[in-house]
Every structure is written in structure tokens, then in C-alpha cells.
Design a protein around this ligand. Structure first.
Ligand code: SAM
Length: 296
């Protein structure tokens, strides 16, 4: 690729009626791009996940623009308002707390609303904690699955953990420090203590650390040390042979079809549910409820 100075081939002028997804640093202010600064200083308004946080960023770079909040708990009413302003010709920069908007934040809903309304969306790319961690992990990067935050509620969490077993590719998880020990214990119970993991902490900050170990090794370390800072967990993928086992293939089916497979093979319904639940690594009562709700 040949680099050029600003020219008509590059998207430089701010266009009205456009949503700009502006990536911001995940810890190191110097990672804010020149183009991000230009867009933030020229758009009609900024939609920020946390206006206080973005306010601090803007004051560090000497920018002042009108700001509105757009976050998980106001996205339903605020999204259409932003789309309406965009449709009337205003330009808007969407900024998340840190990193790339629409990755594990409500940005994805706003992009969908814009797409549905025919509003132009463009990106000012930059930091993303997931990709930064993946590239530093030392684990295979050719194929990976982004899993974001594991659900907190019991049942969806168990189902998601069970689904992780199917991944033969490297997995990326976000985690808060106060939940790290619980998550490591759940990962050990599901994937085994020997699974390779890289705990990528405080990326781009003074205390950046990549701890390459196994799930068991991480559990051991945090017995005597409190987890501190922001973490991305990069997990090695599972065994390809396991993926090719018949049970693993059945787990890729919707639960009802999985149970139906065993019934067609001659099992009684309760036995089929028991066998499918065992394959999926979930309690048989959960699967029973799920297939019976679907059948009503
Ligand atoms: N949109 C963001 C991105 O592009 O990475 C992610 C937002 S998500 C709400 C926040 C999570 O990202 C944190 O809980 C942590 O898991 C991860 N994260 C953000 N900054 C980080 C950093 N400097 N070091 C390690 N993990 C980080």
C-alpha cells in the first residue's frame, strides 16, 4: 500500500447525514488518531456512552462539541432521536467508553437503526481491546471467536460455557477484575485446567501485562493475588478430534433437533433428553424445559 497525504481519494471532509464510529484509546491517549481528532472536532454532535469520560478525553485534546449520552439503558429512546437528527442532515460521532464502538456496547443497535433508515455509517478505526489482546497472546490468530462478556445469569451462562466447548478456534472473552476468579473456575470446570490461556491486562497502559499460562495456572496465581485492572482473556481452541465426534456435531443442532435425533434412533423421550443434555454439558431439567417450551 502506498501512503499519500490528504487527497480526494481519502475520506476527509465531514459529511452531513453520516454517523462516524470513532475508536478511542483503551488506555493510552497517544493512540487517538489524527483523523479521530478531526472528526470529533468537526461533527455537529457526539453521542457518547459516558459523557463524563468522553468529556475528559475531549478536554485533553482541547475539543468542545455538543454531546448527548447513548448507553445501554437509554438506547431504546435515544437511538431513534439520533437517527432522526442524522436523517435531517446532521453529522454525529459515536464514541464508546473506550475502544471501538459497537464491540460489546450498544453501538451495534445504533448502526442497525441507521442501516434500516438508510443513513450513512462510516468508521474511524483504531484500538479494540479484543484484537490488541489476540495479537499479543501468542495463541493462533488465523481463526478466532469473539465471545465478549459471559452472561451473568446462571442458565444462559451455563449454556454459553457449554457452547465454548465446541470452539476449535482461539476464543476472546472480556472480563471485569471482580468476576475473574469465578470465570476462571467456570472455564476450568468446562474446558479443563490444562487449556492454554493468555490473560491480557491493562493493555497500552503503564502496567500492561500478558500472562501466558493454563486455566489452572491462572487459578493458582489469583489464589494469592487480587485481580486488578481490565482484562481480556484469550483461550486456546479445543481439540479438532473432539469437534469431529458425533456428539459434538449434534451439539451444533438446535436443542429440539438434538433430542429428536436420539428419539428417531429409538430412545424414549426422557432418555433422549438425558443423552442430549449430557452431550451439551447442561442439566437435563434445563433441556427438558427448553424443548417443552418450544413444543407448546
Ligand atoms: N468497545 C471496546 C473495545 O473495542 O475493546 C470494549 C468495550 S467493553 C464494554 C470493555 C471491556 O474491554 C473491559 O471490561 C475489558 O475486558 C476490555 N478492555 C478495555 N480496555 C482494556 C485494556 N486497556 N486492557 C485490557 N482489557 C481492556
Amino acid at each position: 500500500m502506498k501512503y499519500k497525504t490528504a487527497s480526494s481519494e481519502e475520506k476527509n471532509a465531514i459529511e452531513g447525514g453520516t454517523l462516524y464510529l470513532v475508536a478511542t484509546p483503551i488506555g493510552n491517549l497517544a493512540d487517538l488518531s489524527e483523523r479521530a481528532i478531526k472528526v470529533l472536532s468537526e461533527v455537529d454532535f457526539i453521542a457518547a456512552e459516558d459523557t463524563r469520560n468522553t468529556g475528559k478525553l475531549l478536554s485533553c485534546i482541547g475539543i468542545s462539541r455538543p454531546m448527548i449520552s447513548y448507553y445501554e439503558h437509554n438506547k431504546r429512546e435515544r437511538g431513534p432521536v439520533i437517527v432522526e437528527r442524522l436523517a435531517s442532515g446532521e453529522s454525529c460521532a459515536l464514541v464508546s467508553d473506550a475502544g471501538t464502538p459497537a464491540i460489546s456496547d450498544p453501538g451495534e443497535d445504533l448502526v442497525r437503526l441507521c442501516a434500516e433508515a438508510g443513513v450513512n455509517v462510516t468508521s474511524v478505526p483504531g484500538c479494540c481491546a479484543a484484537i490488541t489482546a489476540l495479537t499479543l497472546s501468542g495463541l493462533p490468530t488465523a481463526r478466532f471467536a469473539f465471545e465478549g462478556f459471559l452472561p451473568v445469569d446462571n442458565r444462559p451462562r451455563r449454556e454459553r460455557l457449554a457452547a465454548l466447548k465446541k470452539h476449535t478456534e482461539t476464543m476472546i472473552l472480556y472480563e471485569a477484575p471482580h468476576k475473574l476468579r469465578t470465570t476462571l473456575a467456570d472455564l476450568a470446570a468446562t474446558l479443563g485446567e490444562d487449556r492454554p490461556i493468555a490473560l491480557c491486562r491493562e493493555l497500552t497502559k503503564r502496567n500492561e501485562e500478558i500472562f501466558r499460562t493454563t486455566v489452572g495456572g491462572a487459578i493458582e496465581r489469583y489464589k494469592s493475588e487480587d485481580p486488578r485492572g481490565e482484562y481480556v482473556l484469550i483461550l486456546g481452541g479445543g481439540d479438532r478430534a473432539a469437534e469431529q465426534s458425533p456428539a459434538a456435531a449434534l451439539c451444533l443442532l438446535p436443542p429440539c433437533e438434538h433430542v429428536a435425533y436420539y428419539e428417531k434412533a429409538g430412545m424414549k423421550r426422557m432418555d433422549a433428553i438425558k443423552a442430549a443434555a449430557k452431550d451439551r454439558g447442561i442439566p437435563k431439567n434445563d433441556l427438558y424445559r427448553e424443548v417443552n417450551t418450544k413444543n407448546q
